[in-house]
Design a binder for this molecule. Structure first.
Ligand code: HXC
Length: 258
């Protein structure tokens, strides 16, 4: 598949998507959303693809929603288009796992896009921020909610109110990213991690993803009930029988994906 604003390649069972608007530091415009929506839908639908890595450039994962595109829009346009809703519908809705590999700036919508991933691996150069307040607006792609859940109220509030950026070390300490790696190793590390996930029984990865996300969306009692039911669902898969048999026989499992 070829796109205007992203590059997509398949490396065995891992899809690598690279944001490719270097002239605008990968600012997220309508075309980027359309391209990512199509690429993520294709990934989700392709049984040969079992994990996805989304990355940007050395300088910027993405410097935000495209300010130049938004500047001339009227409030009614944002409302009538339900501007930004496509991110939730088309990107967050992806059922299979995906990782954001972030180097450089992840600001505004860029930070929000990274936080839509199942987890973030950060280069030591990564800088996260929600600087929308400086433009007279506020996060619109989930930042006020996901950042607060990830790093807690104090840091999220400070970042949203001042636009201060958070470096990779603070981001790891605060729980925003799972790991920091040297910038030169970022892609290799993320692809290796994705390959490890792709080697797992595919239904189990989808269910594990859904379970962890439930912790953000439901109360404890409901979350625990849903976890048990999803666990029980997985026991019905052929891969569960194979996984347990393979353990007893001291050999790697061979997965059918069902
Ligand atoms: C459109 C952008 C852009 C953006 C950078 N560019 N960010 N274009 N939208 N979000 C463009 C610049 O205009 C410039 O184009 C080129 O990319 C290089 O950027 P520079 O500013 O020259 O680079 P540098 O001096 O290194 O500064 C990097 C930076 C800065 C600190 C990241 O670009 C910056 O502050 N960007 C905006 C960050 C931001 O505010 N993000 C939040 C956006 S709002 P030219 O043509 O001049 O070379 C958002 C949600 C809003 O995400 C929700 C409201 C509804």
């Amino acid at each position: 598949m070829s796109f205007e604003t992203i590059l997509v390649e398949q490396r065995d069972a891992v899809t690598l998507v690279t944001l490719n608007r270097p002239q605008a530091l990968n600012a997220l415009n309508t075309q980027v959303l359309a391209d990512l929506s199509a690429a993520f839908a294709a990934y989700d639908a392709d049984p040969s693809q079992l994990c996805l890595v989304l990355t940007g450039s050395e300088k910027a994962f993405a410097a935000g929603a495209d300010i130049k595109e938004m500047a001339s829009k009227a409030a009614a346009d944002f409302f009538l288009e339900d501007f930004f809703s496509g991110w939730q519908k088309n990107v967050v809705a992806t059922r299979k796992p995906w990782i954001a590999a972030v180097a450089g700036f992840a600001l505004g919508g860029g930070c929000e896009l990274a936080m839509m991933a199942d987890f973030i691996i950060a280069a030591d150069t990564a800088k996260f921020g929600q600087p929308e307040i400086k433009l007279g607006v506020a996060p619109g792609m989930g930042g006020s909610q996901r950042l607060t859940k990830a790093v807690g109220k104090a840091k999220a509030m400070e970042m949203c109110l001042t636009g201060r950026m958070m470096g990779a070390e603070e981001a790891e300490r605060s729980g925003l990213v799972s790991r920091i790696v040297p910038a030169a190793d970022l892609l290799e590390d993320a692809l290796k991690t994705a390959a490890a996930i792709a080697a797992m029984p595919p239904m189990a990865t989808m269910v594990n993803k859904e379970m962890v996300n439930l912790a953000f969306e439901t109360g404890l009692e409901q979350g625990l009930l849903n976890e048990r039911r999803l666990f029980q669902l997985l026991t019905a898969t052929e891969d569960r029988v194979e996984g347990m048999k393979a353990f007893v026989e001291k050999r790697p499992g061979v997965w059918k994906g069902r």
